[in-house]
Design a protein around this ligand. Structure first.
Ligand code: ZN
Length: 174
């Protein structure tokens, strides 16, 4: 198990559509462990494989409160089946978009169909924070980011700012 490097905006890999998993092999199991470890290391509550640069439809989540015991969840090939008309709002951040929070409204509840780490087909009803996180991560699998919820002007400003940060980080004088 190892913490992996996170891919951040404006890296175009994040816009790639991830491919479904046909069989959960040892490689996928290793990837899931890395995803969970990387998510905890960066104090995130969700992470998609594409955020490590791997275009596979795998996401991990842990929406437990800080004082609760860790409870990592893993979803392979997740598909949202039903969404509620009722909405909920959260200020969403993203490990791939540093220091950016966006107020986003999404369906409050949803059902998700997925495959678990043992390759079994499952169904789960999700509510509140879990529902929001799941939708955020599934967006990643389709190449969609939280900045896409903004106007083009605001979105371009954020990308420009993050592109500069990236340049500054790489620039060294020795
Ligand atoms: Zn994200």
């Amino acid at each position: 198990m190892a913490v992996q490097k996170l891919i951040t905006v404006p890296d175009e890999i994040l816009r790639k559509k991830s491919k479904p998993i046909e069989k959960v092999s040892i490689n996928e199991k290793k990837l899931i462990k890395d995803l969970i470890e990387t998510m905890y290391y960066h104090k995130g509550i969700g992470l998609a494989a594409i955020q490590l640069g791997i275009p596979k439809r795998i996401i991990v989540l842990d929406v437990q409160q800080k004082d609760e015991k860790k409870k990592p969840l893993c979803f392979i090939n997740p598909v949202i089946k039903n969404i509620s008309k009722e909405k909920s709002r959260y200020e969403e951040g993203c490990l791939s978009i540093p220091n950016t929070f966006i107020d986003i409204e999404r369906p409050k509840t949803c059902d998700v169909e997925f495959i678990d780490i043992d390759g079994k087909k499952k169904n789960m009803e999700c509510d509140g924070l879990l529902s929001t996180c799941l939708q955020h991560e599934i967006n990643h699998l389709d190449g969609k980011l939280i900045i896409d919820f903004l106007s083009k002007l605001k979105k371009d400003l954020i990308i420009k700012k993050l592109s500069k940060t990236k340049q500054n980080t790489d620039r060294i004088v020795v």
